[in-house]
Ligand binder design. Structure first.
Ligand SMILES: Cc1ncc(COP(=O)(O)O)c(C=O)c1O
Length: 455
């Protein structure tokens, strides 16, 4: 068979049976290996669809420039489409992404602009905002916006869904996928559920992302958002491509569990895949252990290839530096809280307090940082060294309200976050907060983590 250009080879990726990692799980577990696409990821499917839909709608004209905020894989798909169709590409990317992903995009002719990861999406420095601004400034440019562009979901509805349905001869009972923009989960899920409404879908989320809590409670909780390492899944926004009505369950997976599972996929199944593939398989198998029956067939989509992560999860030094190669379990935030034996009370300042009251409180209780509360909600924080420098600059601040000097709130983390994950999240200065089952808030500092790890 001869193809007219590389983009005609997108899709029709193989379904492969897991033979080892599924030990002890009933039913068959199949993985859809998306690195067989020409850009080595499933995002080729939606990239070409977004470009072709934009051409049809007159949004992309000959000689135009494609501008996108991308974690790399969408960029690769767009770059291939651009080469085949004669467009230019500029991509903005968060600086947590692998260097390999940036170099790969440059290799296929794109210009890449790297932006800071730990700023809010509406900050002008974020990769979302920079892409939007470039789109406004560059004439004849097209900003696909993979998050809200429904061609993304449609691509998977039209290709991934039917391929899975046909390859399993309609026997699929469960579909699992990581959720980033939501396209690969929701387009495929919509198609499969139209074919058979009993197909159960399991979305894989990360700690540090809003999806699971939003699905389960309807609350968009900014306290769920904190930096994490896994690339491609989890969000701090609700993209239009995430249709919660077709995602039945969410499972959260830690960076470490995902990294360890990805390496096992390579070593034990010969599937040299990317980091979010480990998230998908770890989360899906955890769910399958409890829920799958002998006659069931689960399909898990594996988004991309391992080459993009050679400097990270496939590098032993990197894994060790992140505490991901430790065999011994360090325990979780829950263990730190349990060890306090209920003897501990969170020290807080109220929104109405004066700065001098907060200082007296911190001195009296010998703590260096406290959350600021308003009606039971955490609205900010005070840390002694930042406060000190502010007061030295302006001594009158002692009589100001705490809200005039407070910083951002400490981040909330899940009760079952493991200590290695916690340690990657406590900033140089700032502690993290945990809410227990009784809705009591606890603070965990770097010192607490060190103490628990060395016990
Ligand atoms: C490596 C990787 N995994 C998972 C995803 C999530 O897929 P989706 O955006 O379809 O939800 C992406 C998307 O960028 C990705 O690049």
């Amino acid at each position: 068979m001869i193809y007219n250009s590389i983009i005609d080879t997108i899709g029709n990726t193989p379904l492969v049976r897991l033979n080892k990692l599924n030990k002890g799980i009933k039913g068959q577990i199949l993985v859809k290996v998306e690195y067989f696409n020409p850009g080595n990821s499933m995002k080729d499917r939606m990239a070409i669809k977004m470009v072709e839909d934009a051409e049809k709608e007159g949004l992309l004209k000959p000689g135009g420039t494609i501008i996108e905020g991308t974690s790399g894989n969408t960029g690769m798909g767009l770059a291939l489409a651009a080469i085949a169709k004669g467009y230019k590409c500029i991509f903005t990317m968060a600086d947590k992404q692998s260097k390999e992903k940036i170099d790969i995009l440059k290799a296929v002719g794109a210009e890449v602009i790297v932006c800071p990861t730990n700023v809010s999406p509406d900050d002008p420095r974020s990769y979302y905002s920079v892409a939007k601004k470039l789109n406004q400034d560059i004439p004849n440019s097209f900003y696909p916006n993979q998050y809200d562009n429904l061609s993304n979901t449609k691509a998977h509805y039209e290709t991934t869904g039917p391929e899975i349905w046909n390859d399993t001869e309609g026997k699929i009972t469960h579909y699992a996928a990581g959720v980033g923009t939501g396209g690969s989960m929701c387009g495929t899920a919509k198609y499969l559920k139209e074919k058979n409404p009993d197909v159960v879908t399991v979305g894989i989320d990360t700690y540090g992302s809003v999806f699971k809590k939003y699905k389960e409670t309807g609350v968009f909780d900014e306290n769920e958002v904190y930096p994490y390492l896994t690339e491609g899944i989890g969000e701090d926004i609700l993209p239009k491509n995430v249709d919660f009505s077709v995602i039945d369950h969410f499972v959260k997976v830690t960076d470490k569990d995902a990294a360890v599972m990805t390496r096992r996929l390579s070593k034990e199944e010969g599937l040299f895949v990317g980091w979010s593939c480990g998230s998908a398989v770890h989360g899906a198998l955890e769910w399958a252990k409890e829920n799958l029956k002998e006659e069931d067939t689960m399909v898990i989509i594996l988004p991309d290839h391992g080459t993009r992560y050679l400097g990270k999860i496939y590098n032993d030094d990197w894994m060790r530096n992140h505490g991901f190669l430790e065999n011994k379990s360090f325990g979780t935030a829950r263990d730190i809280i349990a060890a306090r034996n209920g003897s501990y009370q969170l020290v807080v300042s109220q929104k109405t307090d004066k700065v001098k009251d907060a200082i007296a409180l911190m001195n009296g209780k010998s703590v260096s940082q406290i959350p600021v509360m308003d009606n039971g909600h955490v609205i900010g924080s005070i840390t002694d060294n930042k406060l000190l420098s502010k007061i030295i600059e302006n001594p009158d601040l002692k009589d100001a309200a705490v809200t005039d000097v407070m910083e951002d709130s400490m981040k909330f983390v899940a009760l079952d976050s493991t200590l290695d994950v916690l340690s990657s999240m406590v900033d140089k200065e700032k502690a993290v907060l945990v809410r227990d089952e009784n809705h009591h808030i606890h603070i965990i500092t770097k010192h607490d983590i060190l103490e628990a790890i060395t016990k």
